[in-house]
Design a protein around this ligand. Structure first.
Ligand code: PGA
Length: 251
């Protein structure tokens, strides 16, 4: 039985005062939830704040990206070890916004995935197709290619210590979530593809759905057999909404 996981992706939002209110609300609202893991992925400058407010609570924290290199002359980059210094457990890798706006490729995402695991961080590896790709019936091809970019380089075993996220680009940041059936279909595809290499890992790996998840649609999505939780953007910025989604996963 896979335990549900809900991850908040704050993206480039927040400030010290608002974060405190948000995190206090999330901590209070999730305190009694025992069947779900909750994580928030915050902007780098707020990792220290997240650590001080979340240590010892039900909520873990992480970052939204990292640099695959340990250290060096890389202005503006943040290394995996630096995330460990702030108590991070998770890091989002290969989000579609990184791929589309920051020139992230399958190669660079795979290198970051590996760098995260090398220091013991759990990568949350994002995959997703554009609307055009979906309409051309390329969804399986695109998702397969993105998944294979990890398995081909590092083997199926690395998925045992990773989280996968299906995030169709047409659903992210829109008001157009995938239906539970659409998401389930892709999650099943992902699990079957992993099962060709290792049935146990395919059975155990958690696959999150992301893209316009709200308190209103979360329960329907989480009821699907291959959807193990959510990667939540906008709704993670409101404590009440994020807590409602965590509750839906807890039930
Ligand atoms: P959204 O973002 O929930 O605002 O659609 C999801 C994501 O990008 O992770």
């Amino acid at each position: 039985m896979r335990r549900k996981l809900v991850v908040g992706n704050w993206k480039m939002h927040g400030n010290v005062a608002a974060n405190k209110l948000l995190l206090d609300g999330v901590v209070a609202g999730t305190r009694l939830l025992s069947n779900v893991d909750c994580v928030v992925c915050v902007p780098y400058p707020y990792l220290s704040q997240a650590q001080s407010l979340l240590e010892g609570t039900n909520v873990a924290w992480g970052a939204q990206n990292l640099c695959a290199t340990k250290d060096g002359a890389l202005t503006g980059a943040v290394s995996p070890e630096m995330l460990l210094d702030y108590g991070c457990s998770h890091v989002i890798i290969g989000h579609s916004e990184r791929r589309s706006q920051f020139h992230e490729t399958d190669d660079t995402a795979a290198a970051r995935f590996n760098a995260a695991q090398e220091v013991g961080l759990t990568p949350i590896f994002c995959m997703g197709e554009t609307l055009e790709e979906r309409e051309s019936d390329w969804t399986d091809f695109i998702i397969g290619r993105q998944l294979d970019s990890i398995m081909r380089r590092y083997g199926v075993e690395v998925l045992a210590k990773a989280v996968l996220a299906y995030e169709p680009l047409w659903a992210v940041g829109s008001d157009n979530p995938a239906t539970p059936e659409q998401a389930q279909e892709v999650h099943t595809f992902i699990r079957k593809r992993i099962a060709r290499c290792d049935v146990n890992i395919a059975t155990e790996v958690r696959i999150l759905y992301g893209g316009s998840v709200t308190p209103a649609n979360a329960a329907g999505l989480f009821a699907m057999s291959d959807i193990d939780g959510g990667l939540i953007g906008r709704a993670s910025l409101l404590a009440g909404d994020f807590v409602s989604i965590c509750r839906a996963a807890n039930n």
